[in-house]
Design a protein around this ligand. Structure first.
Ligand code: ADP
Ligand code: MG
Length: 713
């Protein structure tokens, strides 16, 4: 029945009998499960996939047809909107299609890799320039047909184009005006993904369930779900993309609301949570041992947490505080409270570097106590692991720290009282539940620096209560942020050289290469070598990146913390949470490639001690947005202001921009940007009853299960 329009009479998701044309609909829960099954088909069995491709696709979070449909483009190429080379204006953004006449790869006098291609079509000839992407040499070749998008720059009486997106048009050329640009991984290119998606749209889309009837869709101005998938992947034009985006964002937010309401109902029917009775002396002992006094805001947050822990109702609280506000110590004190009441605590972090850092911080905080802390990471040996599992089961271990290894099946606690999840936005919503399920309704505290307006946080997290640390520890000096052009980059390194002489330490973060992790690594390695051999040969320099073994990462971080390494060259693995108070300079290469929240997180690695800190953004912003981001960073250190600025910069109809990740579990919706859609989804969910959602379970599970598998960088 695929493809052809048909008419059936059926019950559409318990909404009563309806005539529905040209779209699949379902009768009863059994059929629904079966339909989800079709979409759950393992990606490996699709035409043109197979085992190798399938493991590559899984790296992108695509394990099934369902995931493939939800793998939405990050941007698009609009081929209907090409510019004449002869009519280009300085500084405009142009789309050009043409043949490569010649290429050239070299280093600029300032040491930056330049790749140039001369491109010709029947409207003229122009030089296209790529910065810092040496891997293009050999990839873009003479005779190829290419599309490029970028900013036009006057240069020696003619024009160059500084490329921001490109596409090689070999062989197959799909006949669509607007082509999707997907997030990629090594071994998977745009063309391959496009074909795969097209195949899935043809063969499987018809069975995608429609959960909103016509009336509801009209009420909220939403298109049918199948049309939405078609247009998000291959939009006709701007408006059809926006309609598709709206429907899919609504779909996610609405399903999310429904799942929260269903979970809540379940909570009410299950038994009550853990009561942390009696204060004990552990908490005050740990607090007294701290080398500093808690801020008022930390004290207040802790008070709210303790009240929740003492109550019978399980705690479900979000601790929000800007980078550097001191959330870790609050977590440590809350765990002390749990341990002193005879329970165990679990502390989960999104990266191994962060988990290791937390382990060391806890060891420091608890150094004068009997508290037993264990950690699980990629470096844990099988024997250690067995010992830890044993200790968790018999109560010998009080606190377990680690990455998402903590939610592994074999991890069992004797009596888990408190679960803490750091940098919550890096995890999916289900992981909170998975870790929580290791105990009998333990108290749960999630922590995040992502500044979400209060109402939005409450909406997005359902029944989560909120504590805010709105104050930095005393004596912090605001980080001075300066933009340097690429030809001024040596100033940044000279400055590091000088300051290192006075005992300071610095980070250098490498340019983000979107295409693949391997290229991120290449960029890091070549920068590291350049710094060591040419720019700062006298300085002790280290390199850290996501492909290192965890033992190696620990070793390098340890050397940086102890001051043996003065300058740490890094990929974005240090983006969240890393805390080395003596580091006072953060240099970000190609800062224009990073999103605002990412820049803010990276900057948050410095300004943690009492010395003056600096953030040097080396950037050649080529779009208005990139300029706005750099200016915003120079203007303010306040994460909340930056989040609002970010919303303003990106605006609602950002058709061309690379989509910034909102919270990880949502593929389309963005909690900051889609406030109106959140309200609509909320409104619909509120107007319905549990009965309206019978049969949604398989769908909800499918939609949110993936968030349980995050990549550990
Ligand atoms: P974040 O909220 O970003 O996770 P951290 O917990 O890493 O921040 O804390 C940042 C730094 O501030 C750490 O070095 C920590 O020891 C220190 N710190 C935390 N609270 C205080 C305080 N009240 N006074 C002084 N320093 C503090
Ligand atoms: Mg932190």
């Amino acid at each position: 029945m695929a493809g052809s329009p048909y008419i059936v009479i059926c019950y559409q998701w318990n909404r009563g009998p309806k005539f529905i044309t040209g779209q699949h609909c379902l009768i009863g829960a059994v059929l629904r499960e079966r339909v989800m099954e079709a979409l759950e088909k393992d990606i490996q069995y699709l035409k043109g996939v197979g085992p190798r491709r399938s493991s590559q696709l899984r790296r992108l979070g695509i394990a099934s047809v369902f995931d493939l449909l939800w793998h939405v483009p990050r941007a698009y190429f609009n081929r209907g909107n090409l510019h004449d080379i002869g009519k280009l204006q300085d500084a405009e953004i142009a789309n050009i299609r043409g043949t490569v006449l010649g290429t050239e790869s070299r280093r600029s006098r300032r040491g930056m890799a330049l790749f140039k291609a001369l491109i010709q079509n029947d409207t003229g000839m122009i030089a296209a320039v790529w910065f810092n992407q040496p891997h293009l040499d050999g990839k873009i070749k003479v005779g190829q047909e290419v599309f490029i998008t970028g900013k036009v720059k006057a240069s020696y009486g003619t024009f160059d184009i500084h490329v921001s997106e490109y596409e090689i048009l070999e062989g197959e050329d799909l006949d669509y005006k607007v082509l999707p640009l997907y997030p990629l991984t090594e071994g998977i290119n745009q063309k391959y993904l496009r074909k795969l998606v097209l195949g899935a749209l043809e063969e499987y889309l018809f069975s995608y369930p429609e959960i909103l009837d016509t009336e509801t869709r009209e009420q909220y101005g939403l298109c049918p779900i199948q049309a939405a998938f078609r247009s998000i992947h291959f939009p006709e034009d701007g408006p059809s993309y926006l309609n598709a985006r709206k429907r899919l964002a609504f779909e996610e937010l609405y399903l999310f609301q429904v799942s929260l309401r269903q979970d809540k109902k379940q909570n009410l029917t299950t038994s009550s949570g853990i009561v942390h009775r009696g204060k004990g002396t552990l908490t005050s002992q740990v607090e007294d041992d701290l080398p500093f006094k808690l801020t008022l805001a930390q004290r207040q947050a802790l008070q709210e947490i303790f009240e929740d822990m003492e109550a019978e109702r399980p705690m479900n609280r979000l601790l929000q505080g800007d980078v550097g506000s001191g959330k870790t110590v609050v977590a440590a004190l809350a765990m002390a409270r749990s341990v002193s009441c005879g329970y165990q605590a679990a502390f989960m972090a999104p990266t191994e570097i962060l988990a290791e850092q937390h382990l060391q911080a806890l060891r420091r905080f608890y150094r004068n106590t009997q508290v037993v802390i264990a950690s699980l990471s990629g470096a844990t040996t099988a024997a250690e692991r067995r010992g830890i599992m044993e200790g968790l089961r018999n109560g010998g271990v009080d606190i377990l720290v680690g990455t998402h290894a903590l939610i592994g099946d074999e991890v069992e606690f004797k009596s888990l009282g408190l679960v803490i999840i750091d940098e919550q936005h890096r995890f999916g919503v289900r992981q909170r539940a998975l870790l929580g399920a290791k105990g009998k309704m333990p108290d749960v505290l999630v922590m995040s620096a992502t500044p979400i307006p209060r109402t939005l946080a409450l909406t997005a997290y359902g029944d989560l209560s909120l504590s805010v640390i709105d104050q930095l520890p005393p004596g912090r000096k605001p980080v001075k942020t300066v933009h340097l052009k690429t030809n001024e980059r040596m100033r940044a390194y000279r400055f590091i050289g000088q300051e290192a002489g006075k005992g300071s330490q610095a980070y250098v973060v490498c340019p983000l290469v979107e295409e693949s992790e391997k290229q991120d690594l290449q960029a890091a390695v070549s920068l590291y070598q350049e710094l060591r051999q040419e720019i700062l040969p006298e300085l002790a320099i280290g390199l850290i990146h996501g492909r290192m073994k965890s033992a190696e990462k620990d070793y390098i971080m340890g050397q940086f913390k102890s001051g043996e390494i003065k300058l740490l060259v890094s990929t974005t693995v240090i983006e969240v949470g890393v805390d080395v108070p003596n580091a006072s300079i953060m240099v970000i290469e190609h800062a224009e490639r990073f999103g605002l929240s990412q820049l803010h997180q990276l900057r948050g690695r410095v300004g943690r001690g009492s010395q003056q800190s600096y953030c040097l953004l080396i950037a050649e912003p080529r779009t208005e947005e990139a300029w706005a981001r750099i200016r915003a960073m120079e203007r303010t250190n306040d994460g909340f202001q930056l989040a609002q600025e970010d919303m303003r910069i990106r605006g609602p109809g950002d058709f061309w921009g690379v989509r910034q990740h909102g919270l990880q579990l949502l593929k389309v919706a963005d909690l900051l940007r889609d406030q109106r859609i959140i309200e609509m989804a909320h409104h619909l969910a509120n107007s319905q009853s549990m009965d309206d959602w019978r049969g949604f379970k398989a769908y909800i599970d499918q939609k949110f299960k993936k968030s349980a598998e995050i990549a550990n960088n």
